[in-house]
Each structure stands twice: as structure tokens, then as C-alpha cells.
Design a protein around this ligand. Structure first.
Ligand code: ZN
Ligand code: ZN
Length: 170
């Protein structure tokens, strides 16, 4: 999905606002990168491209990306949101070593979806998300959900080094 910049490049406007609603079909690439994750759709992507005096273009892209995946502790349903904000430059022409961080305008269009997906990959929580901040997780011994029930496993499986320490402290 590309943004048409014809008017901006022709100089008949200095700035172009955009708002895209991305459906699940638009985000197949993302779904492949995150097979465990259910993203909320539509994803609303908004921002602005504006002309600079030096012939480059400032690009701003923002979105709140909601998603669900199993809680990292108890495997129950968990939901979180990523606030994505990208500020970058777009230029015409082709990639060199000096401008490799820029976006490139091709055929008067700018692809803003790929940088957006790349930012999600960068900011996605690597160690997972929690169903709630104080999720107690599953008992490592009997597997019971400690948010719902309690068990006596912990008492029985005290680390022997800690047991010795508590002996000393008596
Ligand atoms: Zn949990
Ligand atoms: Zn247990």
C-alpha cells in the first residue's frame, strides 16, 4: 500500500496527511513474522509527509498496535498495545551508503507500510507480555494456575541451599 505523493512532488502542496486502515489481508507479512500473535484489526496508521527546503521530505508515521498472545507466565489470554512513532526522511533517487536509512520515493509513491512493520518487529516485546502485572504464573511442579488456586509444592521444594540458610538464621 503506497502513498501517492504526486501533488507534493509537483509543489502544489507542502504537506500531505494520511490515514490508512490496514486489514488483516494487508498485514499477512506481519502475521508470518508473529505466528503466535493476534493483532487487532483494522490497524490505523496515520501521519504526514512534508517538503523540506533541501529537497528531502520529512515523514512521520504513528499508530497504536493492539495485540493478543498467551501470557508469558500462565499462558492465559493477554493483551497489550505498542505505541509506534516513526520520524524519518524520504528522498528521491537511489540508495547509497550515505542515505541507506532513508525511505525512497518511487514512481511518485512512498511505501510507508514496510517501515511501519519493521518498527513493530523492533519494538515487539521480546520476552512476551503478561495477562496482568502481578500474574503468579503456573506452579513449575504441578502446573496449577497459581492465579486461581494454590498448591503446596513450593513448600516441599525449597532450594537446599536456602534451607541451610534458614537453619543458620534460627
Ligand atoms: Zn498470566
Ligand atoms: Zn504446585
Amino acid at each position: 500500500m503506497n502513498l501517492d505523493l504526486t501533488k507534493l512532488l509537483a509543489g502544489s502542496t507542502n504537506s500531505v496527511d494520511f490515514e490508512f486502515k490496514l486489514t488483516q489481508e494487508d498485514c499477512e507479512q506481519l502475521a508470518q513474522d508473529f505466528p503466535q500473535t493476534e493483532f487487532d484489526y483494522p490497524m490505523v496508521l496515520s501521519g504526514n509527509v512534508s517538503a523540506c527546503e533541501d529537497g528531502t521530505y520529512d515523514v512521520k508515521i504513528s499508530s497504536n498496535v493492539g495485540f493478543s498472545e498467551p501470557c508469558a507466565r500462565c499462558a492465559g489470554p493477554a493483551h497489550a498495545e505498542l505505541s509506534i512513532y516513526i520520524e524519518t526522511k524520504a528522498i528521491r533517487g537511489s540508495k547509497t551508503e550515505e542515505n541507506e536509512d532513508c525511505l525512497f520515493i518511487k514512481n511518485r509513491e512512498l511505501d510507508i507500510i514496510m517501515p511501519f512493520f519493521e518498527q513493530i518487529v523492533l519494538e515487539y516485546p521480546q520476552y512476551g507480555i503478561l495477562c496482568k502485572d502481578d500474574c503468579k504464573g503456573l506452579c513449575p511442579v504441578c502446573g496449577i494456575d497459581l492465579n486461581k488456586k494454590s498448591c503446596n509444592c513450593r513448600a516441599k521444594t525449597v532450594d537446599p541451599r536456602l534451607a541451610k540458610l534458614s537453619e543458620l538464621l534460627k
